[in-house]
Design a protein around this ligand. Sequence first.
Ligand code: TXE
Length: 495
Amino acid sequence: MSTVTLETPTSGKYEQPTGLFINNEFVESVDKKTFEVINPTDESVTCSVQEASEKDVDIAVSAARKAFEGPWRKETPENRGKLLVKLADLFEQNLDLLASIEALDNGKAHSMAKVDIGMCASTFRYYGGWADKIEGRVTDTGPDTFNYIKKEPIGVCAQIIPWNFPLLMFSWKIGPAIACGNTVIIKSAEQTPLGALFAAKLIKEAGFPPGVLNVISGFGKTAGAALANHMDVDKVAFTGSTVTGRTILKAAASSNLKKVTLELGGKSPNIVFEDADIDNAISWVNFGIFFNHGQCCCAGSRIYVQESIYDEFIKRFKDRASKNVVGDPFAKDTFQGPQVSQLQFDRIMNYIKAGKEAGATVEIGGNRMGDKGYFIEPTIFSNVTEDMQIMQEEIFGPVCSISKFKSKDEVIKTANNSTYGLAAALHTKNLNTAIEVSGALKAGTVWVNTYNTLHHQMPFGGYKESGIGRELGEDALANYSQTKTVSIRLGDALF
Ligand code: TXE
């Protein structure tokens, strides 16, 4: 039940599930409430999906609890791994369709969405491989005791994800949670529920037992808050804004002290030294800010260029960014599609206005594109000062600020002058500069002569107000397991 026939230019007609996926079934919400999904390219209504309320969250949590305390607990690690590998295979088999759904729902270029889906498959397969390699240890405290320390799952995990990489975030969350033996209720973002619902169909096809992975659509203030406040949820993982991250941390603190991991915003510096390969640097600076329409938590939105190459750099960067093809996500050459929603569009346009009013110079862009869909021109500001709003706050759109610096010490200080610490990058041919500056930057990821090149084997997460915990790589397993110490007394009674 609860499906609708949709059509995309790249994949033709397909059946899109619209229900809440609980206990391996697509069901209506208890209140039979739905909400509309808007296509950001033309602002039309794509379809309506079921909206989870607190009551639906309760049902999903009890399904996940029942599965966790029941058959899932007895499942072998090897079988958990096989299920994730099967899901990876199904993502690959449906790669084009899943990418089409992402392009329809989020507005991202179909060609880029295909890369996302490939990365989802890699993530599932990687964590499938980890499932039977999670090991404890034996610790010798003397002949009278035998001690072992083991890793156990945390239990029922709520996962709240954003709209900028709907399915990639889905895979980053689910992969390690399942590898470690937890059960999950994942809530997609209200702007982009379609990919997760289609993936739910694949979860069933892969053979996951009922209740292990539950997928719900709904709003943050209702379904999201219900998950964060729930007394029977053992852990909440969240990716989104720093403001909402704080709300979730407070909800955990005032309910059952559930474990919390947060992947939040950023205002990442991208530094170009005078000895950099300039063509290479321009490519990565352009990709660093304009990839995914600037809707990346790690977007390189503060660009610092050493003064001797500043004039040449800015001229060539403008030229490069002006060639980014903005338009229909389904067109072959499109690099940048529309922003995800009216709300995000308005927020970005307000930041552009604030930049202009503060006296920054618009080098290129600064306007809406067309009169339908949430398209914004790639925008570069120069003549900026550190105290400007556009230099301090996360814009989350195709907007960057560029300024010049004199020395290494000066740029390290300026780059670190942010409450965020998610990512940073530098471009140089000098190995000493690369190592020294990457050591000095206060960020969870530092890229050298590259940008936005994430990999499922490499941990990702924030310093400072950019988050708590790490996703991806082996590190993510720590977010989804807890340590049990077992001490067996072998000697005589002590007391
Ligand atoms: O984020 P929210 P929004 C940043 C970016 C963007 C801004 C606002 O700067 O402009 O956040 O975007 C759920 N309890 N990022 O409003 O509110 C919500 O339903 C529980 C950075 O979309 O953080 C959605 O599923 N959940 C970022 C998710 O949180 C709540 C990605 C994200 O929404 C909730 C997205 C609540 N009270 C935005 N309120 C990144 N780090 O990649 C909302 N949600």
